[in-house]
Design a binder for this molecule. Structure first.
Ligand SMILES: *[C@@H]1O[C@H](CO)[C@@H](O)[C@H](O)[C@H]1NC(C)=O
Ligand SMILES: *[C@@H]1O[C@H](CO)[C@@H](O)[C@H](O)[C@H]1NC(C)=O
Ligand SMILES: *[C@@H]1O[C@H](CO)[C@@H](O)[C@H](O)[C@H]1NC(C)=O
Length: 399
Protein backbone atom coordinates (compact mmCIF):
# COMPACT_ATOMS: atom_id res chain seq x y z
CA UNK A 1 0.00 0.00 0.00
CA UNK A 2 2.30 2.76 -1.20
CA UNK A 3 1.31 6.34 -1.47
CA UNK A 4 0.14 5.69 -5.03
CA UNK A 5 -2.73 3.60 -3.80
CA UNK A 6 -3.11 5.79 -0.78
CA UNK A 7 -4.05 8.72 -2.91
CA UNK A 8 -6.93 8.44 -5.27
CA UNK A 9 -7.00 10.72 -8.23
CA UNK A 10 -10.27 11.87 -9.68
CA UNK A 11 -10.91 13.78 -12.85
CA UNK A 12 -13.79 15.49 -11.28
CA UNK A 13 -14.89 18.39 -13.37
CA UNK A 14 -14.63 18.82 -17.07
CA UNK A 15 -15.64 22.24 -18.26
CA UNK A 16 -16.36 22.66 -21.92
CA UNK A 17 -15.93 26.18 -23.22
CA UNK A 18 -16.84 27.45 -26.65
CA UNK A 19 -13.23 27.72 -27.65
CA UNK A 20 -11.66 24.77 -25.99
CA UNK A 21 -11.70 22.39 -23.10
CA UNK A 22 -10.48 23.19 -19.61
CA UNK A 23 -9.82 20.27 -17.35
CA UNK A 24 -9.81 20.92 -13.60
CA UNK A 25 -8.18 17.97 -11.97
CA UNK A 26 -8.85 17.34 -8.32
CA UNK A 27 -6.73 15.03 -6.31
CA UNK A 28 -8.37 13.84 -3.17
CA UNK A 29 -6.38 11.67 -0.76
CA UNK A 30 -7.98 8.38 0.22
CA UNK A 31 -9.90 8.68 3.46
CA UNK A 32 -10.90 12.24 2.50
CA UNK A 33 -13.87 14.01 0.98
CA UNK A 34 -13.87 17.33 -0.80
CA UNK A 35 -17.02 19.39 -0.27
CA UNK A 36 -17.58 23.09 -0.90
CA UNK A 37 -13.88 23.82 -0.85
CA UNK A 38 -13.28 21.90 2.37
CA UNK A 39 -11.25 18.72 2.59
CA UNK A 40 -12.55 16.36 5.29
CA UNK A 41 -10.25 13.53 6.20
CA UNK A 42 -10.77 10.59 8.52
CA UNK A 43 -7.61 10.21 10.61
CA UNK A 44 -8.02 6.43 10.70
CA UNK A 45 -7.92 6.08 6.92
CA UNK A 46 -6.10 9.13 5.58
CA UNK A 47 -2.80 8.90 7.41
CA UNK A 48 -0.02 9.27 6.54
CA UNK A 49 -1.25 12.47 4.99
CA UNK A 50 0.90 14.95 3.17
CA UNK A 51 0.14 18.10 1.20
CA UNK A 52 1.30 16.75 -2.16
CA UNK A 53 -1.72 14.41 -2.09
CA UNK A 54 -4.08 17.34 -2.43
CA UNK A 55 -5.05 19.35 -5.43
CA UNK A 56 -6.06 22.07 -4.89
CA UNK A 57 -4.07 22.81 -1.74
CA UNK A 58 -6.09 22.04 1.39
CA UNK A 59 -6.74 25.64 2.43
CA UNK A 60 -9.56 24.47 4.67
CA UNK A 61 -8.83 21.08 6.17
CA UNK A 62 -10.82 19.04 8.64
CA UNK A 63 -9.27 15.97 10.20
CA UNK A 64 -11.75 13.97 12.25
CA UNK A 65 -11.90 10.70 14.16
CA UNK A 66 -8.42 11.36 15.52
CA UNK A 67 -7.26 8.70 17.94
CA UNK A 68 -3.51 8.64 18.19
CA UNK A 69 -0.37 10.58 17.50
CA UNK A 70 -0.11 13.94 15.80
CA UNK A 71 3.42 13.22 14.70
CA UNK A 72 5.57 13.58 11.68
CA UNK A 73 5.11 9.95 10.61
CA UNK A 74 1.36 10.55 10.34
CA UNK A 75 1.70 14.05 8.82
CA UNK A 76 4.97 14.22 6.90
CA UNK A 77 6.31 16.98 4.66
CA UNK A 78 3.86 19.75 5.57
CA UNK A 79 6.56 22.35 5.07
CA UNK A 80 6.10 21.79 1.32
CA UNK A 81 2.53 23.06 1.30
CA UNK A 82 1.93 25.57 -1.48
CA UNK A 83 -0.41 28.43 -0.57
CA UNK A 84 -0.17 30.44 -3.79
CA UNK A 85 -3.58 29.29 -5.02
CA UNK A 86 -5.45 30.14 -1.79
CA UNK A 87 -8.82 31.81 -2.10
CA UNK A 88 -8.68 35.16 -0.31
CA UNK A 89 -12.36 34.82 0.63
CA UNK A 90 -11.39 32.23 3.22
CA UNK A 91 -8.86 31.88 5.98
CA UNK A 92 -6.50 28.95 5.91
CA UNK A 93 -7.97 26.84 8.66
CA UNK A 94 -7.36 23.50 10.29
CA UNK A 95 -10.02 21.75 12.32
CA UNK A 96 -9.05 18.73 14.36
CA UNK A 97 -11.55 16.56 16.16
CA UNK A 98 -11.18 13.26 17.93
CA UNK A 99 -13.03 10.00 17.71
CA UNK A 100 -16.22 10.15 19.71
CA UNK A 101 -16.05 8.64 23.17
CA UNK A 102 -12.51 9.53 24.14
CA UNK A 103 -10.33 9.66 21.06
CA UNK A 104 -6.77 10.50 22.04
CA UNK A 105 -4.61 13.25 20.66
CA UNK A 106 -1.00 12.52 21.45
CA UNK A 107 1.13 15.61 21.26
CA UNK A 108 4.85 16.27 21.40
CA UNK A 109 6.74 19.48 20.87
CA UNK A 110 7.40 18.22 17.32
CA UNK A 111 3.68 17.85 16.51
CA UNK A 112 2.32 19.82 13.53
CA UNK A 113 5.76 20.05 12.00
CA UNK A 114 5.75 22.42 9.03
CA UNK A 115 2.12 23.46 9.61
CA UNK A 116 2.72 27.18 10.03
CA UNK A 117 0.46 27.87 7.08
CA UNK A 118 -2.81 28.08 9.01
CA UNK A 119 -4.51 31.21 10.29
CA UNK A 120 -7.16 29.51 12.42
CA UNK A 121 -6.85 26.21 14.26
CA UNK A 122 -9.31 24.46 16.52
CA UNK A 123 -9.21 21.19 18.40
CA UNK A 124 -12.47 19.56 19.43
CA UNK A 125 -13.38 16.75 21.83
CA UNK A 126 -9.97 15.29 22.34
CA UNK A 127 -8.51 13.57 25.32
CA UNK A 128 -5.00 14.95 25.47
CA UNK A 129 -2.83 12.77 27.70
CA UNK A 130 -0.18 15.43 27.87
CA UNK A 131 0.28 19.02 26.77
CA UNK A 132 4.06 19.06 26.59
CA UNK A 133 6.14 22.19 26.40
CA UNK A 134 5.81 24.01 23.08
CA UNK A 135 2.98 21.68 22.05
CA UNK A 136 1.67 24.09 19.42
CA UNK A 137 4.80 26.01 18.56
CA UNK A 138 4.86 24.65 15.00
CA UNK A 139 1.70 26.62 14.24
CA UNK A 140 3.76 29.79 14.64
CA UNK A 141 1.33 32.70 14.57
CA UNK A 142 -2.43 32.17 14.54
CA UNK A 143 -5.35 34.55 14.24
CA UNK A 144 -7.54 32.15 16.24
CA UNK A 145 -6.72 29.17 18.37
CA UNK A 146 -9.39 27.21 20.20
CA UNK A 147 -9.75 24.03 22.19
CA UNK A 148 -13.32 22.86 22.80
CA UNK A 149 -14.47 19.86 24.76
CA UNK A 150 -12.40 16.97 25.96
CA UNK A 151 -9.79 16.98 28.65
CA UNK A 152 -6.14 17.47 29.34
CA UNK A 153 -4.56 14.97 31.74
CA UNK A 154 -1.21 16.62 32.22
CA UNK A 155 -0.02 20.06 31.29
CA UNK A 156 3.34 21.77 31.21
CA UNK A 157 3.45 25.44 32.17
CA UNK A 158 5.08 26.36 28.88
CA UNK A 159 2.75 24.31 26.68
CA UNK A 160 1.73 27.43 24.76
CA UNK A 161 5.24 28.80 24.38
CA UNK A 162 6.21 29.33 20.77
CA UNK A 163 2.61 29.87 19.69
CA UNK A 164 1.56 33.46 19.06
CA UNK A 165 -2.13 34.24 18.92
CA UNK A 166 -2.54 37.65 17.38
CA UNK A 167 -5.18 39.50 15.41
CA UNK A 168 -4.35 38.97 11.74
CA UNK A 169 -5.44 41.99 9.71
CA UNK A 170 -5.43 39.86 6.55
CA UNK A 171 -7.86 37.37 8.03
CA UNK A 172 -11.47 37.32 6.84
CA UNK A 173 -12.40 37.93 10.48
CA UNK A 174 -9.42 39.29 12.39
CA UNK A 175 -9.84 38.14 15.97
CA UNK A 176 -6.65 37.39 17.89
CA UNK A 177 -8.70 35.05 20.06
CA UNK A 178 -7.46 32.30 22.31
CA UNK A 179 -10.39 30.19 23.37
CA UNK A 180 -10.66 27.28 25.78
CA UNK A 181 -14.21 26.03 26.22
CA UNK A 182 -15.49 23.01 28.10
CA UNK A 183 -12.07 21.52 28.66
CA UNK A 184 -11.17 19.74 31.89
CA UNK A 185 -7.75 20.64 33.24
CA UNK A 186 -5.89 18.73 35.96
CA UNK A 187 -6.43 20.15 39.47
CA UNK A 188 -9.02 22.57 38.06
CA UNK A 189 -6.50 25.25 37.36
CA UNK A 190 -3.85 26.30 34.89
CA UNK A 191 -0.21 25.96 35.83
CA UNK A 192 1.45 29.19 36.97
CA UNK A 193 2.49 31.26 33.93
CA UNK A 194 0.50 29.05 31.56
CA UNK A 195 -0.60 32.11 29.57
CA UNK A 196 2.48 34.21 30.09
CA UNK A 197 3.71 33.59 26.55
CA UNK A 198 0.50 35.05 25.13
CA UNK A 199 1.34 38.72 24.86
CA UNK A 200 -0.63 39.57 21.74
CA UNK A 201 -4.03 38.06 22.44
CA UNK A 202 -7.00 40.42 21.89
CA UNK A 203 -9.76 38.16 23.16
CA UNK A 204 -9.33 35.54 25.83
CA UNK A 205 -12.23 33.14 26.29
CA UNK A 206 -12.17 30.51 29.02
CA UNK A 207 -15.60 28.98 29.56
CA UNK A 208 -16.53 25.93 31.59
CA UNK A 209 -12.91 25.01 32.13
CA UNK A 210 -13.56 24.25 35.81
CA UNK A 211 -11.10 26.96 36.85
CA UNK A 212 -11.30 26.96 40.63
CA UNK A 213 -9.11 30.00 41.00
CA UNK A 214 -7.70 32.69 38.79
CA UNK A 215 -3.95 33.04 39.19
CA UNK A 216 -3.00 36.67 39.76
CA UNK A 217 -0.45 36.63 36.94
CA UNK A 218 -3.02 35.18 34.59
CA UNK A 219 -3.18 38.13 32.20
CA UNK A 220 -0.10 40.02 33.19
CA UNK A 221 1.44 40.07 29.70
CA UNK A 222 -1.63 40.58 27.57
CA UNK A 223 -1.17 44.28 26.95
CA UNK A 224 -3.55 44.26 23.98
CA UNK A 225 -6.33 42.25 25.59
CA UNK A 226 -9.68 43.93 24.88
CA UNK A 227 -12.19 41.23 25.84
CA UNK A 228 -11.98 38.84 28.76
CA UNK A 229 -14.60 36.16 29.02
CA UNK A 230 -14.58 33.73 31.94
CA UNK A 231 -18.14 32.39 32.04
CA UNK A 232 -19.19 29.34 34.03
CA UNK A 233 -16.05 28.58 35.94
CA UNK A 234 -15.72 27.59 39.57
CA UNK A 235 -13.80 30.51 41.01
CA UNK A 236 -15.75 32.90 43.24
CA UNK A 237 -13.52 35.96 43.12
CA UNK A 238 -10.90 37.66 40.97
CA UNK A 239 -7.46 38.57 42.35
CA UNK A 240 -7.31 42.34 42.73
CA UNK A 241 -4.16 42.73 40.65
CA UNK A 242 -5.67 40.90 37.68
CA UNK A 243 -6.06 43.94 35.48
CA UNK A 244 -2.72 45.55 36.25
CA UNK A 245 -0.91 46.30 32.96
CA UNK A 246 -4.06 45.89 30.89
CA UNK A 247 -4.58 49.14 29.03
CA UNK A 248 -6.90 47.94 26.28
CA UNK A 249 -9.38 45.86 28.28
CA UNK A 250 -12.92 47.09 27.60
CA UNK A 251 -15.21 44.11 28.03
CA UNK A 252 -15.51 41.72 30.94
CA UNK A 253 -17.82 38.71 30.91
CA UNK A 254 -18.05 36.32 33.79
CA UNK A 255 -21.58 35.00 33.89
CA UNK A 256 -22.51 31.84 35.75
CA UNK A 257 -19.92 32.52 38.44
CA UNK A 258 -20.85 31.91 42.08
CA UNK A 259 -19.60 35.32 43.21
CA UNK A 260 -18.71 35.61 46.84
CA UNK A 261 -20.00 39.10 47.50
CA UNK A 262 -17.83 41.07 49.88
CA UNK A 263 -16.67 44.62 49.36
CA UNK A 264 -13.08 43.50 48.98
CA UNK A 265 -13.80 40.77 46.49
CA UNK A 266 -16.02 42.94 44.34
CA UNK A 267 -13.18 45.40 43.71
CA UNK A 268 -13.71 44.99 39.97
CA UNK A 269 -17.09 46.76 40.06
CA UNK A 270 -15.44 50.05 40.79
CA UNK A 271 -12.57 49.26 38.43
CA UNK A 272 -15.01 48.66 35.58
CA UNK A 273 -16.88 51.87 36.44
CA UNK A 274 -13.82 54.05 36.60
CA UNK A 275 -12.08 52.62 33.53
CA UNK A 276 -14.89 52.99 31.02
CA UNK A 277 -15.25 49.21 30.70
CA UNK A 278 -18.45 47.28 30.29
CA UNK A 279 -19.82 44.04 31.60
CA UNK A 280 -21.97 42.06 29.22
CA UNK A 281 -23.04 39.11 31.33
CA UNK A 282 -25.07 38.50 34.47
CA UNK A 283 -22.89 38.87 37.54
CA UNK A 284 -24.89 37.57 40.51
CA UNK A 285 -24.04 37.04 44.15
CA UNK A 286 -24.04 33.46 45.42
CA UNK A 287 -23.03 34.38 48.95
CA UNK A 288 -23.98 35.91 51.36
CA UNK A 289 -27.37 34.25 51.48
CA UNK A 290 -29.20 37.55 51.85
CA UNK A 291 -27.96 38.59 48.41
CA UNK A 292 -28.21 35.20 46.72
CA UNK A 293 -29.24 35.65 43.09
CA UNK A 294 -29.03 39.44 43.21
CA UNK A 295 -26.78 41.61 41.11
CA UNK A 296 -23.31 42.08 42.52
CA UNK A 297 -23.79 45.81 41.92
CA UNK A 298 -26.75 45.84 44.32
CA UNK A 299 -24.61 44.36 47.04
CA UNK A 300 -21.85 46.81 46.24
CA UNK A 301 -24.10 49.85 46.29
CA UNK A 302 -25.82 48.81 49.52
CA UNK A 303 -22.84 47.58 51.45
CA UNK A 304 -19.70 49.14 50.13
CA UNK A 305 -20.77 52.73 49.71
CA UNK A 306 -17.68 54.69 48.98
CA UNK A 307 -19.91 57.30 47.49
CA UNK A 308 -21.97 56.52 44.51
CA UNK A 309 -21.06 54.31 41.65
CA UNK A 310 -22.41 56.36 38.83
CA UNK A 311 -24.56 54.46 36.34
CA UNK A 312 -22.43 51.31 36.56
CA UNK A 313 -19.91 53.10 34.44
CA UNK A 314 -21.87 52.61 31.25
CA UNK A 315 -21.75 56.38 30.63
CA UNK A 316 -19.14 58.82 31.85
CA UNK A 317 -20.61 60.48 34.90
CA UNK A 318 -19.84 62.77 37.79
CA UNK A 319 -20.69 62.17 41.39
CA UNK A 320 -22.17 65.33 42.87
CA UNK A 321 -21.13 65.22 46.51
CA UNK A 322 -22.52 61.68 47.01
CA UNK A 323 -26.01 63.16 46.78
CA UNK A 324 -26.74 62.32 43.23
CA UNK A 325 -25.01 61.02 40.20
CA UNK A 326 -25.25 62.67 36.84
CA UNK A 327 -23.91 61.45 33.55
CA UNK A 328 -22.47 64.07 31.26
CA UNK A 329 -25.39 63.42 28.94
CA UNK A 330 -27.82 64.21 31.76
CA UNK A 331 -25.89 67.35 32.64
CA UNK A 332 -26.01 68.42 29.02
CA UNK A 333 -29.78 67.85 28.81
CA UNK A 334 -30.46 69.62 32.11
CA UNK A 335 -28.33 72.54 31.02
CA UNK A 336 -30.31 72.77 27.80
CA UNK A 337 -33.55 72.64 29.81
CA UNK A 338 -32.40 75.43 32.13
CA UNK A 339 -31.27 77.53 29.20
CA UNK A 340 -34.59 76.86 27.51
CA UNK A 341 -36.48 77.90 30.64
CA UNK A 342 -34.47 81.09 30.91
CA UNK A 343 -35.15 81.78 27.26
CA UNK A 344 -38.88 81.26 27.76
CA UNK A 345 -38.86 83.51 30.84
CA UNK A 346 -37.14 86.24 28.87
CA UNK A 347 -39.69 85.98 26.08
CA UNK A 348 -42.54 85.99 28.61
CA UNK A 349 -41.07 89.03 30.37
CA UNK A 350 -40.77 90.89 27.10
CA UNK A 351 -44.35 90.09 26.24
CA UNK A 352 -45.69 91.27 29.59
CA UNK A 353 -43.62 94.39 29.37
CA UNK A 354 -44.88 95.18 25.86
CA UNK A 355 -48.42 94.45 26.86
CA UNK A 356 -48.22 96.76 29.84
CA UNK A 357 -46.79 99.49 27.68
CA UNK A 358 -49.54 99.05 25.14
CA UNK A 359 -52.13 99.14 27.89
CA UNK A 360 -50.62 102.35 29.23
CA UNK A 361 -50.63 103.82 25.75
CA UNK A 362 -54.27 102.78 25.25
CA UNK A 363 -55.38 104.46 28.53
CA UNK A 364 -53.48 107.65 27.67
CA UNK A 365 -55.18 107.83 24.23
CA UNK A 366 -58.52 108.60 25.91
CA UNK A 367 -60.94 106.07 24.40
CA UNK A 368 -60.57 107.72 21.01
CA UNK A 369 -58.47 106.34 18.19
CA UNK A 370 -55.81 104.38 20.15
CA UNK A 371 -54.37 101.37 18.43
CA UNK A 372 -56.75 99.61 16.20
CA UNK A 373 -56.91 95.91 16.93
CA UNK A 374 -56.52 96.51 20.62
CA UNK A 375 -59.48 98.77 21.23
CA UNK A 376 -62.18 96.49 19.81
CA UNK A 377 -60.95 93.76 22.10
CA UNK A 378 -61.41 96.01 25.08
CA UNK A 379 -64.91 96.75 23.89
CA UNK A 380 -65.68 93.09 23.62
CA UNK A 381 -64.35 92.45 27.09
CA UNK A 382 -66.26 95.37 28.44
CA UNK A 383 -69.44 94.06 26.87
CA UNK A 384 -69.11 90.60 28.31
CA UNK A 385 -70.34 91.10 31.88
CA UNK A 386 -73.52 92.61 30.53
CA UNK A 387 -75.23 89.54 29.14
CA UNK A 388 -73.04 86.47 29.42
CA UNK A 389 -73.87 85.08 26.03
CA UNK A 390 -74.71 88.07 23.90
CA UNK A 391 -77.60 87.46 21.53
CA UNK A 392 -76.60 87.46 17.90
CA UNK A 393 -77.45 90.73 16.28
CA UNK A 394 -80.78 90.65 14.47
CA UNK A 395 -82.49 87.96 16.56
CA UNK A 396 -84.65 89.78 19.02
CA UNK A 397 -85.71 86.77 20.93
CA UNK A 398 -86.59 87.29 24.58
CA UNK A 399 -87.53 90.91 24.28
C1 LIG B 1 2.97 8.48 15.64
O1 LIG B 1 1.62 8.20 15.94
C2 LIG B 1 1.22 6.89 15.55
C3 LIG B 1 -0.28 6.78 15.79
O2 LIG B 1 -0.59 6.95 17.14
C4 LIG B 1 2.01 5.85 16.32
O3 LIG B 1 1.61 4.55 15.92
C5 LIG B 1 3.48 6.06 16.05
O4 LIG B 1 4.24 5.19 16.86
C6 LIG B 1 3.90 7.48 16.35
N1 LIG B 1 5.22 7.69 15.87
C7 LIG B 1 6.12 8.33 16.61
C8 LIG B 1 7.48 8.50 15.98
O5 LIG B 1 5.87 8.74 17.73
C1 LIG C 1 2.15 26.59 -6.26
O1 LIG C 1 0.89 26.56 -6.92
C2 LIG C 1 0.81 27.40 -8.02
C3 LIG C 1 -0.62 27.36 -8.57
O2 LIG C 1 -1.52 27.01 -7.61
C4 LIG C 1 1.82 26.98 -9.09
O3 LIG C 1 1.75 27.85 -10.18
C5 LIG C 1 3.22 26.98 -8.48
O4 LIG C 1 4.15 26.47 -9.40
C6 LIG C 1 3.25 26.16 -7.22
N1 LIG C 1 4.56 26.30 -6.58
C7 LIG C 1 5.25 25.27 -6.16
C8 LIG C 1 6.56 25.57 -5.51
O5 LIG C 1 4.85 24.11 -6.26
C1 LIG D 1 -0.14 45.63 20.78
O1 LIG D 1 -0.80 46.38 19.76
C2 LIG D 1 0.02 47.34 19.15
C3 LIG D 1 -0.86 48.12 18.20
O2 LIG D 1 -1.57 47.29 17.36
C4 LIG D 1 1.18 46.63 18.44
O3 LIG D 1 2.00 47.59 17.82
C5 LIG D 1 1.97 45.83 19.47
O4 LIG D 1 2.98 45.11 18.84
C6 LIG D 1 1.05 44.88 20.20
N1 LIG D 1 1.78 44.23 21.27
C7 LIG D 1 1.98 42.94 21.30
C8 LIG D 1 2.75 42.43 22.45
O5 LIG D 1 1.52 42.20 20.45
Amino acid sequence: MGSTTASLTLLAIVLVHCCGVTVLAQTIPSGCLYENGIFKCDYRFCTPLEPSMFDPSPQRLVIYNIDGGMNVSMFPSWNTMNNTGFDSNYDASLSLSCLQGGGLMELTSASFDGMDIWQNVDITNCEIPSLPSRAFSNFGTLNYFGIQGGKVDDVQANALTGLTVRRDPNSVSPSGELSIIDVEFPDDTFPVAFLSSQESVSTLTIHRAGLASVPSDFLSHMVNLTTLSLDNNEFTELPDTLFNNLKALTTLNAGGIHWDCTCEKLWWIEYVATHGMRITSEMLCYTPLSYYGQRTTIYYTNSCSKGLVCDDGSLPAVNLGDVTCLTYLQIFIYTLAVLGFMGMSAVGGCWLHTRRQLKRNGAGGGGGGGKSGFTPRRNRVAGAPGGGRAAPPGTKAGW
